[in-house]
Design a protein around this ligand. Structure first.
Ligand code: SF4
Length: 696
């Protein structure tokens, strides 16, 4: 096995890795669109191909737009000369679909899609969602639960010996032992269940290209174990690398919550690509190894990625709209990564905390191309990324950045070494809105308010030109203790931002408002904290129309808090709203003004001993008497809970003709309930009853 470099050579290589992608860059900043990649064997043959090199399997619909990882990775491989087949939302019940393109020459690339399949399928209350934004028509049921497992297994069945590489958010966040909220247990590394040869974590452009090139050159998946950004499972007889940091084993984290918290802290301390160490976690006699993350890609590589010839449309075979595409079709991504390090968010873990930005020319070329599109209506819905205002920001001292192990560059305070110049972003926004054919450019990505306040010029530009009546912001909570657990700035920060926003909107003579987003039931949040939040909302006049419930996603620090009840970084206990009834109360408090929440809010206030907030006073959250709508809603819920089918059958489970006959046979004479049967109840006047009575 090739050894990984020590920190210094890795730092010096930072700009070089980008060359792998920059070689793909075409003459133009944004290429003219070409046909989408083939989704069927027929489309493959239409291209004159008899085989593909890579089959990309995804749980999402195939949308050839750079907001979708599947499109980016497919186009990169295509640009490098590889033939790629896109197997989108295949029927996983058999491996037949995996044979659509024949045997792939190099490998199967497997992804559950843009989201973890369990988050995609279930709500925070573990109920099945009604729709799937990444499927045509928003239909559910087009991908299985834990899609990575099913897809990898089908790939193995389809063609033995073809390497299987798992990637995407689901595989990334489950690469080591993790807490799974939906099963309410600690699961082992996904590698051991899906049996992939390699797992590629983080952003995969350079990875997939290097994997394809090295497999094409005749290397085996085992020889790729020296790459950054990959994890792999070793055989029981193999010797693990000696330079790795050993995490508490799967058996330890399963048995001991404190070991789980320790493992979480160790994993998150090894996320800076410049100083991260290789990690090993034993699962019985097998070691799972996770190499350090990939280095950030250069500006040239970012331009190359976003300059590929996307059609910016779903594959033409789809007849129904794809909700996620409808939302982002007119948006422009300008950067990736986030140095916020919020404990409930996976972006820093997945995309990295070092910001990778496109050049001004590349963004402008995409805006110009968009303006020339016949279907474009002149309004860019978003210019942003994971965060709207981190464009081209980074640590001003690369030598310090290379050894830094802080979890966030902006919490508890903004690091004095962080460059926070908004100038390049302001320039970008000006360029975009002045482009011929562009009527309006909005900012819809989340704004980091503590940074935005540092730039009066940015605040002015934003409020004057880029807000469509409402600006969504995410203060997430008001309680200092909860905000600290989240690694979010204090509520004063939001209030100061709101003040500036109001002033600038008035100056621009515009009526526009903030829509703050808050999370209920986050670790640390108890009823008292939520009541304080409700009081703040009432006093400030905010009425959130949506409630976000905390979802413990795999790998997050907040998830470790939820599972263990302690903050892994401080070791201090954290309050957890674990039961559904507690979560319901927290959710209701956030929308205390809704009549249908009256009884829940009242219960919460009584439970917390805050009856002073019930009544007619101007400080009260709810009136003393329930409004009519609240009573009607309670009645409706009571009726709904009593409604039911009194048939002992499960829909769809017994629809085979054989079972149908069996069910019908219960209605035939001599079957099912008969008053004359021997077991008929005593005293029912039936023959059986009379017989039993006679016996007695
Ligand atoms: S030194 Fe400060 S700005 Fe630089 S990486 Fe560390 S926290 Fe971020």
């Amino acid at each position: 096995m090739l050894p990984l470099q020590d920190p210094l050579p890795i730092l010096q290589r930072a700009g070089q890795t980008g060359q792998l992608l920059e070689q793909l860059s075409s003459q133009q900043a944004v290429c003219a669109a070409t046909a989408p990649l083939p989704m069927t064997g027929a489309e493959m043959r239409d291209r004159g191909w008899d085989q593909v090199d890579v089959v990309f399997v995804s749980g999402d619909a195939y949308v050839d737009h750079p907001s979708f990882a599947m499109a980016i990775l497919g186009r990169i491989l295509e640009a490098a000369g590889f033939r790629v087949g896109m197997l989108s939302q295949p029927d996983w019940r058999s491996c037949e679909a995996w044979r659509e393109f024949g045997r792939p020459r190099l490998f199967y690339a497997i992804s559950a899609g843009n989201m973890d399949s369990m988050i995609n399928h279930y709500t925070a209350n573990r109920k099945v969602r009604n729709d799937d934004a990444y499927s045509p028509g928003g239909r559910i049921g087009l991908r299985p639960d834990r899609a990575t497992l099913a897809y990898c297994q089908r790939a193995r069945e389809a063609y033995r010996g073809v390497p299987v590489i798992a990637g995407g958010v689901e595989a990334s966040l489950r690469r080591l032992a993790h807490y799974d909220y939906w099963g309410d247990k600690v699961r082992r590394s996904i590698l051991l269940d899906c049996k992939a040869d390699l797992l590629a974590f983080g952003m995969g452009e350079e990875l997939i290209l290097e994997i394809a090139r090295r497999l094409d050159a005749g290397q085996t998946p085992r020889e790729l174990r020296d790459m950054r950004g990959v994890a792999y499972a070793m055989g029981a007889s193999e010797t693990p690398p000696e330079d790795a940091l050993t995490l508490p084993s799967y058996e330890d984290v399963l048995a001991d919550k404190m070991a789980f918290a320790r493992a979480t802290k160790m994993i998150h301390n090894e996320t800076n690509p410049y100083n991260a160490r290789r990690l090993i976690q034993w699962h019985d006699r097998q070691a799972v190894v996770a190499n350090p993350p990939t280095l950030p890609i250069s500006e040239g590589s970012m331009d190359a990625v976003y300059g590929l010839p996307y059609t910016r449309r779903p594959h033409p075979s789809y007849s129904e709209p794809i909700p996620a595409f409808e939302m982002i079709k007119d948006s422009v991504t300008i950067m990736r990564g986030c140095f916020g390090g919020c404990t409930f968010c996976s972006i820093t873990t997945h995309q990295g905390r070092i910001i990778q930005s496109r050049s001004r020319q590349s963004v402008q070329a995409e805006v110009t191309a968009l303006a020339a599109d016949k279907e474009f209506k002149g309004v860019i819905s978003d210019v942003g990324g994971p965060t709207a205002n981190m464009y081209q920001m980074r640590c001003v001292r690369p030598e310090v950045e290379a050894v830094c192990r802080r979890q966030s560059c902006v919490h508890p305070t903004i690091c004095k070494l962080l460059g926070t110049d908004h100038g390049p972003l302001v320039q970008l926004m000006q360029d975009a809105r002045e482009t011929p054919g562009i009527k309006q450019v909005f900012v819809a990505s989340g704004i980091r308010m503590d940074l935005a306040r540092r730039s009066p010029q940015y605040m002015r530009e934003l409020t004057q030109h880029h807000v469509g009546g409402h600006l969504k912001v995410a203060p997430e909570h008001t309680d200092p203790h909860v905000l600290n657990q989240m690694r979010k700035p204090a509520n004063d920060d939001f209030e100061a931002f709101a003040e500036i926003f109001k002033k600038e909107s008035k100056r621009a003579n515009k009526k526009q408002y903030l829509i703050p987003y808050y999370i209920a039931s986050h670790p640390g949040s108890d009823l008292g904290a939520m009541i304080d939040l409700a009081i703040f909302l009432k006093q400030s006049g905010y009425r959130p129309d949506q409630v976000q419930d905390f979802i413990p996603a795999p790998f997050d620090v907040a998830t470790a808090m939820y599972y263990t009840g302690v903050n892994p970084f401080t070791g201090k206990p954290v309050h957890i709203a674990r039961h559904l009834r507690d979560r319901k109360l927290q959710r209701a408090l956030m929308q205390f003004f809704k009549p249908e929440n009256y009884f829940e809010v009242r219960k919460a206030l009584e439970k917390a001993g805050r009856q002073d907030l019930i009544g007619g006073g101007c400080d009260c959250l709810i009136p003393a008497q329930p409004p009519r709508e609240a009573i009607e809603e309670r009645r409706r819920k009571a009726h709904a809970s009593q409604e039911g089918r009194y048939v002992h059958a499960i829909d769809g489970k017994n629809d085979s003709p054989e079972n149908k006959n069996r069910r019908q046979s219960r209605n035939k004479p001599g079957a099912g309930y008969r008053p004359t049967r021997p077991s008929a109840r005593k005293g029912d006047g039936s023959e059986g009853g009379q017989r039993r009575r006679r016996k007695k």
